[in-house]
Write a protein that binds this ligand. Structure first.
Ligand SMILES: Cc1cc2nc3c(=O)[nH]c(=O)nc-3n(C[C@H](O)[C@H](O)[C@H](O)COP(=O)(O)O)c2cc1C
Length: 322
């Protein structure tokens, strides 16, 4: 049986492409063989200005990988994952071998059910506090994937990090190359890639955090005064750490979604090397910051489109699937 024809692989790929990615660039390809799905970083979709090292692309692919595995589990199959299986092909990030029958755990079912419900919510959050138990669950989700999710509870640290985000946002606002790339990925409604204007948030009229501007025209609005800001860190950096960080990010985001929480990203300081170095020194030299997001109770928004599965499949020889 050729795996590409099975409902298991179709469900797995449909789940994988729901992963978040910077500017909704969707930097992934899947090479299919009998019982094997290879996850490949799509070099043509790397954001050369804000992600020249491909770090965010690897995070995105790591998130897609977790979605893929969860979907395979709830479809009733086990799978094994080998990271970076070929030294001569660094863009081949992971090989997933689909195995025997498997009964999905309650956690796998809960997280898989959250894949389609999750989206970036860039609008103001309610002032309702996030319960301690929920904060613990989201941190624990990152820990299960070998990462640490630091919630900035200490006022001094929160102010230092949000100040860094604002300064980095200002630098990116003045950077013509960055703005051109952002404009290129800000799309009309109906496009299956990039960020549509409806997914952007209003400009904040006050509060601690800036919002990346995706062409939204709405009037400025007040954001929550006491945001829950999370920084996901890994003990090492490099391709493997970044793929695993993407899985941890996604497990944390899906856990948050399953608890009724919303999230949105603040990558400005992650995309400027000197700002990322400052963030590392604020958190501790062994903490390699990978992603920053806020958590809270969002007013309902909507998901954004993805390219169809057919557009992200390649046969192993590198030809297009269809
Ligand atoms: C590594 C990474 C960095 C991101 N950085 C930002 C950011 O700084 N600002 C922002 O508004 N969205 C950011 N996003 C969110 C993407 O724009 C979003 O995932 C994409 O548009 C798809 O939309 P969705 O998350 O609603 O599915 C980031 C996503 C990833 C994976």
């Amino acid at each position: 049986m050729i795996l590409t024809e099975t409902p298991v692989v179709t469900a797995a790929l449909e789940a994988a492409v729901r992963a978040p990615s910077p500017h909704n660039s969707q930097p992934w390809l899947f090479e299919l063989g009998p019982d094997v799905i290879d996850l490949v970083l799509d070099e043509d979709r790397v954001l050369e200005v804000c992600d020249p090292d491909r770090r965010e692309a690897r995070l995105s692919c790591g998130a897609a990988l977790l979605n893929l595995q969860l979907a395979i589990a709830v479809a009733g199959r086990s799978c094994d994952v080998e990271f970076l299986p070929r030294k001569d092909r660094p863009e081949l990030l992971a090989r997933v071998v689909v195995g025997a029958r498997h009964r999905a755990t309650a956690t796998e079912q809960r997280l898989a059910a959250s894949i389609r419900a999750r989206y970036s919510n860039r609008r103001p959050f309610a002032s309702t506090a996030v319960p301690a138990g929920f904060r613990y669950a989201v941190r624990q989700a990152a820990r299960e994937e070998g990462a640490k999710l630091i919630l900035l509870d200490e006022v001094g640290l929160l102010e230092a990090v949000t100040g860094l985000i604002r300064r980095a946002d200002h630098v990116q606002t003045l950077d013509e190359g960055f703005q051109a790339e952002l404009r290129a990925w800000t799309k009309e409604n109906g496009s299956r890639e990039g960020v549509p204007a409806y997914a952007g948030g209003p400009r904040p009229s006050g509060g601690l955090l800036p919002v990346r501007h995706h062409g939204q025209s709405e009037q400025a609005r007040e954001f929550e005064r006491d945001p829950v800001v999370a920084v996901l860190t890994t003990p090492t950096d490099g391709p493997l750490a970044q793929i695993r960080a993407g899985r941890a990010m996604q497990r944390a985001l899906l856990t948050a979604t399953s608890l009724g929480l919303s999230a949105s990203f603040y990558s400005q300081p992650m995309e400027i090397p000197s700002a990322r170095a400052v963030l590392r020194s604020l958190l501790g030299e062994n903490e390699n910051p990978q992603v920053v997001f806020r958590l809270g109770y969002g007013f309902p928004g909507s998901t954004t489109p993805r390219r169809p599965v057919d557009a992200v499949i390649r046969t192993r020889s590198g030809e297009s699937h269809r």
